[in-house]
Design a protein around this ligand. Structure first.
Ligand SMILES: [Zn+2]
Length: 85
């Protein structure tokens, strides 16, 4: 219920490549996620994102977050503030 309320994009690790490609991202051979021909980074901590550490995707702007809990908390806080009018 919580996820539906926040409109999170939730996914399984095994779905990451499919989701990333459906959003126009590319997956490099080493698993790095590429957006606009640049390596994608976590919007909160700046770590380079790979298939195995992608945690969250901001639906409205396609900002990406790693799977660190601190970053996830920032993601949820931002998502909540943007969806609360
Ligand atoms: Zn992060």
């Amino acid at each position: 219920m919580e996820e539906a309320k926040l409109n999170l994009i939730s996914f399984k690790k095994s779905d990451v490549s499919e989701i990333a490609e459906s959003l126009g991202m590319e997956i490099a051979k080493d698993g790095a996620i590429i957006v606009n021909e640049k390596p994608a980074t976590c919007h909160a901590c700046g770590d380079k994102l790979r298939i195995d550490n992608l945690g969250s995707i901001m639906p409205s702007s396609l900002e990406l977050y790693c799977d660190d809990l601190t970053c996830f908390a920032k993601y949820v806080a931002k998502l909540t503030s943007e969806t609360t009018e």
